[in-house]
Design a protein around this ligand. Structure first.
Ligand code: NI
Length: 226
């Protein structure tokens, strides 16, 4: 399931991020690519040890910890420290799948990548091309979101970034291990959570709300690994 999370960062925060990112050093994006993806990857990245990347990454995590839709959709167990990339001058990233296990350099801890995340930091008017294409059983989905918005998608999906033919596409990308491993289970839990919250608003105090909430938690208890 693809989930769009709007307004993870405010426009002021996006401007601050862009200023910081413009004034630091970028390296070849193949530094974090696996063997197969290195052959199709052409972009720039901040080194994982970059103080700018570490500081901005922390700010993203803080914003996500306060975002109910993110928590409900991702049910995060471990989050990889956010990385940053930039595509310009024809850069693209061909079809690939993200590595299944990632080691967090600072802690040595490994995470299973259940969900991949792209947080857009350029507005769609700033560049042409650069769509993120995510494939699932319904075909390819094209994603190009306003700055400050984010997409969550299963790391099992093949995906690619189309060539940027004008301007620069700056984004943050990272992975997370969810408490709920299977995408189908996470989708059910998210749909149930959204429906229960809607009943809570529309039929405040209805006696079924507590029963549905119990079903939500009992399903989560069945499926979660903590
Ligand atoms: Ni990828």
């Amino acid at each position: 399931m693809l989930v769009q999370i709007p307004d993870v960062l405010t426009q002021e925060e996006v401007s601050h991020f862009r200023k910081e990112l413009d004034s630091t050093n970028w390296v070849d994006g193949r530094v974090t690519a696996g063997y197969q993806s290195a052959r199709v990857k052409e972009n720039m990245q901040l080194p994982e040890t970059s103080p700018v990347a570490i500081a901005l990454g922390r700010r993203i995590i803080q914003a996500l910890e306060q975002n109910p839709l993110f928590i409900s959709a991702a049910l995060p167990a471990k989050i990889f420290p956010p990385l940053f990339n930039r595509y310009d001058g024809g850069h693209s990233f061909g079809n690939h799948v993200d590595n299944s296990i990632r080691r967090i350099p600072a802690t040595g801890e490994s995470i299973r990548t259940d969900l991949s995340v792209t947080l857009f930091l350029s507005s769609p008017e700033e560049y042409d091309g650069g769509e993120l294409i995510i494939e699932d059983t319904y075909g390819g989905h094209s994603v190009k979101l306003p700055a400050g918005h984010m997409v969550l998608y299963p790391s099992t999906s093949l995906h690619r970034v189309l060539p940027v033919t004008r301007g620069s596409r700056v984004s943050s990308f990272f992975w997370l291990q969810s408490m709920v491993r299977h995408d189908a289970h996470r989708s059910l839990l998210l749909n149930l959570d959204v429906a229960v919250q809607k009943i809570g608003r529309d039929l405040e105090g209805h006696s079924s709300i507590v029963e549905l909430t119990a079903i939500y938690h009992n399903l989560l208890r069945e499926w979660a690994e903590v």
